[in-house]
Design a binder for this molecule. Structure first.
Ligand code: S3P
Length: 429
């Protein structure tokens, strides 16, 4: 499906973005291990969360939609999952397959994890190697590097693992496996990554300690404690598209309500602030152990800046939209240390560079990032999402400041995390 977006002459109002995809998937997996029911409010209805839910249902978990967009999960306790009769289809969800690998490594039965062609091309050795070191039997295609993955676990022992890449998915997989291991599991991160798994586990009574870059989990003696209700904040990675739109569209003024502002996710705030924007956090509070606030932004002229190091994992999913902002900034924006972008839903360095160039942007690719020269006046063009939700939405924001009309091909990829994005945007323009 193509989406056509016209140059925006206004952008004003308030939006609420859907629930956080990372937290939803974690909440689902962990609630399934609790003794008793959990009502998840703010549950995201999207392809990725549906894939995770389908996997858990195949493991015997009963889940039903409740009132007001809630999802009620009947926990089966720590040792209550049953051997699936079918392949667990993770669709295109990297978070699902990596977190499920950790969970399945803790089970003594056989499970097979697979997904779409896109997912089957993404590296899994980052989880298969350490899970094998913990004692799980794990096989995969291409020398255990690619899905499908087959796992037979149980009998795990905890270990200390120094992650070669800063990855919240790997960390979470190992902590999930650690729930079932004998002895503590310690994961050492090269840079801080999103800590939603740790926060949820702690809320459910699991002993998880952080000391510097090391996170240590002590396996629980029994089922995870049922917290009864879990509230999911709005996804900052979805909010980021409106945030940038509200900064680069002349005269824009936007409020995005109820967004999760966990400091392991707010790299995009730091990046845009360094470029001269001001993001106002209104009414900050906590829901479900996660910091939340309304975000207010307005049109600002941006200056280029350089981004690398510890900021990158805290903004990893926001680099494509940051590149869009950089096309409108004065000077040379440099993004480094972001080679991980090449193994996301698409090669995001190649995809965003290629597509923004079609719109007149001046971008050079680096092995681990990009150099973007700005400001450039973008022009409408026919562009492609590369089957990647974040590329699609980044291009939609670029289209707002481009002269004329932009056609985005393969728009349906946004269903992965943000069904209805285009309707929300249309309401503001
Ligand atoms: C995620 C972690 C990040 C991120 C992805 C979601 C998560 O991936 O890019 O969209 O939910 O843990 P990595 O762990 O591969 O960096």
């Amino acid at each position: 499906m193509d989406l056509i977006i016209k140059h925006a002459t206004r952008l004003k109002g308030t939006v609420t973005v859907p629930g956080d995809r990372s937290i939803c998937i974690r909440a689902l997996l962990l609630a399934s291990l609790a003794a008793g029911p959990t009502t998840i409010s703010g549950w995201l209805e999207s392809n990725d969360t549906h894939a995770a839910l389908d996997c858990m249902q195949k493991l015997g978990v009963v889940a039903e939609r409740g009132a007001n967009g809630t999802l009620v999960i009947q926990g089966r306790g720590l040792h209550g999952l049953v051997e699936p009769e079918q392949i667990l289809n993770c669709q295109s969800s990297g978070t699902t397959i990596r977190l499920m690998s950790g969970l399945m490594a803790g089970q003594s039965f056989l499970s097979i994890l697979s997904g779409s062609a896109q997912l089957r091309a993404r590296p899994m050795d980052r989880v298969t190697l350490p899970l094998r070191q913990m004692g799980a039997m794990v096989w995969g295609r291409a020398g255990d590097r690619l899905p499908p993955l087959a796992l037979r676990g149980g009998d795990l022992h905890g270990m200390t693992y120094r992650m070669p890449v800063a990855s919240a998915q790997v960390k979470s997989a190992l902590l999930l496996a650690g729930l079932f291991a004998a002895g503590p599991t310690t994961v050492i991160e090269p840079a801080s990554t999103r800590d939603h798994t740790e926060r949820l586990m702690r809320a459910m009574g699991v002993e998880v300690h952080s000391a510097g870059s090391a996170i240590t989990l002590h396996p629980p003696a029994g089922d995870l404690r049922s917290v009864g209700e879990m509230s999911i904040p709005g996804d900052i990675s979805s909010a980021a598209f409106f945030l940038v739109a509200g900064i680069i569209v002349p005269q824009a003024q936007l409020t995005i309500s109820q967004v999760g502002v966990n400091p392991t996710r707010t790299g995009i705030f730091d990046a845009l602030t360094a470029m001269g924007a001001s993001i106002n956090l209104i009414a900050p509070h906590e829901i479900g152990g996660e910091p939340v606030a309304d975000l207010a932004v307005r049109y600002t002229t941006l200056q280029a800046a350089t981004f690398s190091g510890e900021l990158i994992p805290r903004a990893i999913d926001e680099i494509p939209i940051l590149a869009v902002a950089a096309t409108q900034a004065r000077g040379e924006t440099i993004i480094r240390d972001a080679a991980e972008l090449r193994v996301k839903e698409s090669d995001r360095i190649a995809a965003i560079s290629m597509e923004l160039r079609k719109m007149g942007a001046s971008i050079e690719e680096l092995a681990d990032g990009m150099v973007i020269h700005g400001p450039t006046s973008l022009r409408g063009a026919r562009v492609h999402s590369h089957g990647d939700h974040r590329i699609a939405m980044s291009l939609a924001v670029a289209a707002l400041v481009a002269q004329g009309e932009t056609t985005i091909e393969d728009w349906e990829s946004v269903e992965k995390t943000f069904p209805g994005f285009e309707r929300l945007l249309a309401r503001l323009t």
